[in-house]
Design a protein around this ligand. Sequence first.
Ligand code: FE2
Length: 290
Amino acid sequence: MPYLTPAQIESFQTNGYLIIPDFIDAETIKAMKAGASEILDALTLEELKIFTTENQSDVLDHYFLESAEKVRCFFEEEAFDENGDLKTEKHLAINKIGHALHDRIPVFEEYSYQAKFLALAQDLGLSQPQIVQSQYIFKQAKIGAKVNPHTDSTFIYTTPYSCLGAWVALEAASVENGCLSFIPGSHKKYPLQEQYIRNAEGTGTTFVKTSAERVEWPVEELIPVEVPAGTLVLLSGEVIHASSANRSERSRQSYILHLVDAQCEWSAQNWLQRPPDSPFRDMRMVVSQH
Ligand code: FE2
């Protein structure tokens, strides 16, 4: 059964993103927020210390790379004082939780492996959809960091490109609290500029150029997408998007999945690699078992 209308598919193909109002209800939002809060409640001081100890970049790199198959917490840069102590309590200092919530935490698994996600991924041309990462983004009031213009296929690289983002607003998103913004049609205009990969030693990450042609993106063409809580925004892996810092009094929480087509080749250089005993799951199988 298709989920998207032909007009919605055409709009996605033209603009590189698509807004779907009322994708989830208030009860689902409440359950997802509670799920994130529980993860933070369980975060130990020892784990938090990873962020507060100086000169620990190798430890942080390891913590990040392991998050491909785990549930890890990452904090706002502005959350720590000069002594490396949190300025506020951890629930108000967290930047995001990633990257395997969909495979590790029941409330997120239930949301992520819904039949309607499988259907809309297939509607958009993914023949064998797999969820490869999930992130709970907090975008805290006052200290929520900006996200510079980028494309998601830079981070989730397949041949041919197949990355599809599915971002859902758990709180209202506006210009004031750092909503997403897009350059409509940019997914078809510019060659992918770079790929974010594991370094040769496998111990950290780096960017490499993927195009000889350097393009100055017209960032003045970014259009803000203000949405109420419960709205889903689908985005192509090649569309240029960004979000500004949140200096407002309201947080802007969201949950984002990234899917790929397992028929496409997963880059062995991607930062995100699953160990052999914890592979990506075939969405068709998981959804049929739910
Ligand atoms: Fe992105």
